[in-house]
Design a protein around this ligand. Structure first.
Ligand SMILES: NC(=O)c1ccc[n+]([C@@H]2O[C@H](COP(=O)([O-])OP(=O)(O)OC[C@H]3O[C@@H](n4cnc5c(N)ncnc54)[C@H](O)[C@@H]3O)[C@@H](O)[C@H]2O)c1
Ligand SMILES: [Zn+2]
Ligand SMILES: [Zn+2]
Length: 364
């Protein structure tokens, strides 16, 4: 088969690799029908995630079709369409039993495109298949559910739920990339009073308004703290969600919240940030961090099925899976291309690409 293989910092290639095989009776082999690229994949390519060894297939988000199951798999059969999520659950360890699949100590957690071969490939081996994949309802397209593999549950669990967003709250989202925008989309499920998006990129702020932000602040031109204080009668926001991953935005979030407010950190940080306890100790604040567990995936899937959420707006660019290298270039140049999520679609042999079929990959 072909797959996108990481060859060390700055280097990757779409190339021939051996087909995956069942290694454990709990495995399934899934044919990848649609996949996408995450900002984390770009971090890996920069060499920021040294656990990823050269030779690893990248990718941790996909929708596919089961083609083979191991002897112990009881709930899946070849032909089932499934969402393969960024988080795998062994189903047996303490954390999986508590629903904290992200913390799995039984061989799951974030493993695809990290500790084992990933999903930007024609086929993938999926460990703990029974407890890790989600069957896709027939009436939903791949693109309806693809972003449930990462950004939606991440934004909802680590941003909205950790931030305890309540009806009427003023919610500030710092960083309007795919994660920040998905936070805006899923925060609306809790009917906040006002959503404020902060980002220096005009195109991202525009998208934030489209997805339901009420107010946008370009913090390269405006003092975000002063503006949020003005909007909240000098108190500060109820919730600030950090969706960038640099020290200054974490520190900004801590300045933006009211006494008794909440900072929900979603960003992946590579450097220490300063926690101003000398100011915060008296303000009764709550600060949370987290890796996504994906335990809200079934709930989000139901909301998509019921037409209450439509994440297809995140798909800005479409490519054939075989053009993954080109897709990485477009995704990495988001400032110029305005890419949010790129959809990589596998084209069954013999099928031609046409613009008339939106579900079929067309490089635009
Ligand atoms: N906790 C988790 O489980 C988890 C899962 C997935 C991603 N993440 C992390 O979430 C973060 C956001 O992901 P993404 O894919 O949306 O990233 P992204 O890089 O696409 O978007 C980040 C946004 O932040 C904006 N930004 C940059 N500097 C800023 C500043 N000083 N003030 C305000 N905005 C600023 C950028 O313009 C951009 O729009 C990343 O750190 C990512 O690694 C966390
Ligand atoms: Zn990701
Ligand atoms: Zn586990």
């Amino acid at each position: 088969m072909k797959a996108l293989v990481y060859h060390g910092p700055g280097s990757r290639a779409w190339e021939d690799v051996p087909d995956p095989v069942i290694q454990e009776p709990t495995d399934a082999i899934v044919r990848i029908d649609s996949s996408t690229i995450c900002g984390t994949d770009l971090h890996i390519l920069k060499g920021d995630v040294p656990e990823v060894k050269p030779g690893t297939i990248l990718g941790h988000e996909a929708v596919g079709t089961v083609v083979e199951v191991g002897a112990a798999v009881t709930t899946l059969v070849p032909g089932d369409r499934v969402l393969v999520s960024c988080i795998t659950s062994c189903g047996r360890c303490r954390f999986c039993k508590e629903g904290h699949y992200g913390l799995c100590t039984g061989g799951g957690g974030w493993i695809f495109g990290h500790l084992i071969d990933g999903l930007q490939a024609e086929l993938a081996r999926v460990p703990f298949a029974d407890t890790s994949v989600y069957k896709v309802p027939d009436e939903l397209t791949d693109e309806h559910v693809l972003f449930l593999a990462d950004i939606l549950p991440t934004a909802y669990e680590v941003g909205v739920l950790n931030g305890r967003v309540e009806p009427g709250d003023t919610v500030v989202v710092v960083g309007a990339g795919p994660i920040g925008l998905a936070t805006i989309m899923t925060a609306k499920l809790h009917t906040p009073g006002c959503i404020v998006a902060i980002d220096p990129a005009a195109a991202r702020l525009e998208k934030a308004l489209e997805l339901g932000a009420d107010i946008t602040i370009d913090n390269s031109r405006e003092d975000a703290v002063a503006r949020v204080m003005e909007l909240t009668d000098g108190l500060g926001a109820d919730v600030a969600v950090e969706a960038v991953g640099v020290p200054e935005t974490f520190e900004l979030c801590a300045e933006l919240i009211r006494p008794g407010g909440r900072v929900a950190n979603v960003g992946v940080h590579g450097h220490p940030a300063t926690l101003h306890l000398e100011k915060l100790w008296i303000r009764d604040v709550l600060i949370t961090t987290g890796l996504v567990d994906t335990n809200t995936t079934p709930k989000l899937l139901k909301l998509i099925e019921g037409g209450r959420l439509d994440p297809r707006v995140f798909a800005t660019h479409h490519f054939a899976l075989a053009d993954a290298e080109q897709a990485y270039d477009v995704f990495a140049a988001a400032a110029e291309t305005h890419a949010l999520k790129v959809v990589l679609t596998a084209v069954p042999v013999g099928r031609t690409l046409t613009v008339a079929e939106p579900e079929v990959a067309v490089a635009r």
